[in-house]
Design a protein around this ligand. Sequence first.
Ligand code: SF4
Length: 243
Amino acid sequence: MVQEAAKDRQTLQRKALEVHRRLTAIYGQPSRPAVDPLEALILTILSQNTNDVNRDRAYFQLRQSFPTWEAILEASDEEVAQAIRTAGLANVKAPRIRAALRAIIDRTGRLDLSFICRMTRDEARQWLMSLEGIGPKTAAIVLLFACGHEAFPVDTHIYRVSRRIGLVPWKASREKAHEILEDLLPPETYYPFHINLIEHGRKICRAARPLCEDCALADLCDYYDSVGTAPTATAAPTSASRS
Ligand code: SF4
């Protein structure tokens, strides 16, 4: 039983590496930009439930309106919400941003998160997730993008595509998917795999009408294998191996 589980894991690890190899061949080897951890945190809060363009517009407007982090703390939730309106959910995100800044300055005495990059991954993850409204995805994005820590963020594209391919069990929660993918892949592949799988989710393995006939991963994909045609966005594959 234990041996079988180890064998299954090895098979999945090989499959994950092959997916990574093919995606790199298609989309290239992205290099990790230098991002300040606090900036990464605020950008990630702004990115919740919106696209990159609206997130960036909101961030630009936020920094135009409040050139320092301190100025955001001195403003009201309403004033901050007004500045980030283009990101959507402004009335949720504004207090979340201000609460995060307040917690950081209360605990550390300054508005600077660079110390988390000197913590171990798990300590840093725990620290970030102790902030109000910060879940595993946001923490993993900050850790991976700003610190280069071994963390694998699972956004909506990664959750969908990795389950369709069969790297993550269909019924696994998004939180569990973080753990599974971190376990399957070597840490040095986290960043390129994350970026390229999102790209694949946007261009080919789209939520509503995935372009399976054009997909370079079709022969590796459980979903394609089980239904032999394009899956719907939510239906589970029929294969008994998916659980
Ligand atoms: S074969 Fe279809 S479902 Fe599978 S990864 Fe490709 S586009 Fe997605």
